[in-house]
Design a protein around this ligand. Structure first.
Ligand code: BG6
Length: 490
């Protein structure tokens, strides 16, 4: 793809906020370290609070230091980076605020507006930018999730932004797509001949996608109470992972090619019914328990009142197309689970006939491909193997992993795990939207999620309690067992 013209300034709304401090400034610093920021690239941060330039620069330095850890900040790079930074207090939804930013932009021709703000402000900010005349044909906008709480609100936010920025200039972030291993999923599938012929319902028994977190909701409860895990995690990250596993090979890595294939998967998701709510879904909410040796409070204690929000979801999802007919996809995500783990497990079918008799027959285990995305980046293919040794009963078999540890393969003195936002910021600077979510994708995902929420509502499905530090409510185990499968909890 020919590079689109590169951006020459970033205007970061919510510049003193949590996302900016924890992720965006450190990512920009690392991009600068590796020489990826254009020489003339300026970073203009804005928020309502008045803040002296020096105080702002100190704030950013602390945020960067937090991330560089023991390696420390390289003073020469820091000087270059700090010279790019500017802070302007402004109410970005007002014409006056937009004018402040216009003045700050000065000669910059291709600004990149990054809205690390509450989505309720997306429309008003875009209108103010248009009013100030800074949302020209070469400008771009980056939006964080959640874009809406359901299909209707998502469509109205998309329409408000779309009335100012054309779709090719809108970059909707799902930070999972910036993770190295998530992109590696495409490499694994489409840069190897080995898997693709087997990647279908003839050979694959089922797929599991787990995104387990040990963190609780804590102070984010006002957001979580309104969204719950279904809207916070499944609508975006988990459906994106599912799309990457299930999509057809795209013609190439162009944005349109990849995103068309993902939309086809989303359109093939079987709509949930009331019966599915009972049979194929589990909602949970954590109560007090112990996580990683620490006693932690339950969600309702954190929130200070009873709540109907789920902090755990498990679903059986069916994809109604030729490739995946009859292959269940089990999805599970939750807060306050025993460990942090993001994993995709592809369970193959067993051999059609065992030539091994005696005890070896019982040893047979079907092949499994395990893709660990977090915290370790690992790909393991479980293969049957003859256990060494002699036995009068014949051979014994044993599954052994063929293992590709990305950490070891790419270890080195300068190896560093990149923040997902580094990749995404670099792509948006250069106008490459392959790893961003298109409007029809986000809306199709909401349409399906609305179906789940509606099925829950109609059937009066409420979250079941699970102790913090467990793998969710008992129903989550029953969900896979009902179909003769089990979660991969090794
Ligand atoms: C965010 C969710 O999008 O992703 C959070 O809002 C969640 O609730 C986070 O904790 C998980 O991201 P990661 O990169 O830590 O797996």
């Amino acid at each position: 793809m020919p590079d689109a013209p590169r951006a020459d300034a970033l205007v970061l709304f919510g510049g003193t906020g949590d996302l900016a401090q924890r992720m965006l400034f450190p990512s920009l610093y690392f991009l600068d370290t590796d020489g990826f920021l254009p020489e003339d690239f300026r970073i203009i941060a804005t928020a309502r609070a008045p803040l002296e330039q020096d105080a702002f620069t100190d704030l950013v330095r602390d945020a960067v230091a937090e991330r560089t850890g023991q390696h420390g900040i390289d003073e020469e790079i820091w000087r270059r980076f700090a010279a790019r930074l500017e802070y302007h207090a402004a109410d970005a939804t007002s014409p006056e605020g937009a004018k402040v930013l216009k003045t700050a932009l000065g000669e910059a021709k291709r600004p990149l507006f990054y809205l690390a703000l509450s989505p309720s402000l997306y429309g008003p900010v875009c209108a103010a930018l248009a009013g100030a005349g800074v949302a020209g044909a070469e400008s771009r906008i980056v939006l964080e999730k959640p874009i809406g709480r359901d299909l209707a609100s998502s469509m109205s936010t998309n329409a408000a932004v779309g009335s100012v920025f054309s779709e090719d200039r809108i970059f909707r972030i799902d930070h999972y797509l910036g993770k190295e291993t998530v992109q590696n999923l495409m490499a694994l599938r489409f840069a190897n001949t080995l898997f693709e012929p087997l990647w279908n319902n003839l050979t694959i028994d089922h797929v599991q996608i787990t995104v387990a977190e040990t963190e609780g909701v804590g102070e984010r409860w006002p957001y979580y109470d309104e969204y719950g895990a279904l809207r916070d995690m499944v609508q975006n990250h988990m459906l994106q992972l599912l799309c990457l596993v299930a999509m057809e090979p795209p013609a190439d890595m162009e944005p349109a090619s990849v995103r068309n294939e993902k939309v086809k998967v989303l359109r093939s998701l079987r709509r949930f019914t009331r019966i599915d709510a009972e049979r194929n879904s589990v909602r949970g909410q954590y109560t007090q328990g112990v996580v990683e040796g620490r006693s932690v409070a339950g969600y309702e204690t954190e929130r200070g009142a009873p709540s109907g929000a789920e902090t755990f979801v498990a679903l059986r999802v069916d994809i109604d197309n030729w490739r995946w007919a009859g292959v269940p996809f089990f999805l599970r995500t939750g807060k306050r689970l025993p460990e942090r783990r993001t994993q995709i497990a592809i369970q193959f079918k067993g051999v059609p006939h065992s030539v091994f008799g005696g005890s070896a027959k019982a040893d047979l285990v079907a092949n499994r491909l395990i893709i660990d995305l977090q915290p370790d980046e690992d790909i393991e293919l479980l293969l049957m193997n003859k256990a060494p040794g002699l036995s009068r009963e014949g051979m014994r078999l044993q599954p052994l992993p063929l293992s590709l540890s990305l950490l070891k393969a790419y270890a080195g003195p300068n190896a560093r795990r990149r923040i997902a936002y580094e990749r995404l910021l670099l792509d948006v600077i250069h106008g490459n939207s392959t790893l961003f979510v298109r409007r029809d994708e986000v809306e199709q995902a909401w349409a399906w999620i609305d179906g789940v929420a509606e099925a829950w509502r109609e059937s009066g499905h409420t979250p079941r309690a699970y102790a913090a530090g467990s793998w969710g409510p008992a129903g989550a185990f029953a969900l896979t067992e009902r179909y003769g499968r089990a979660w991969n909890d090794d």
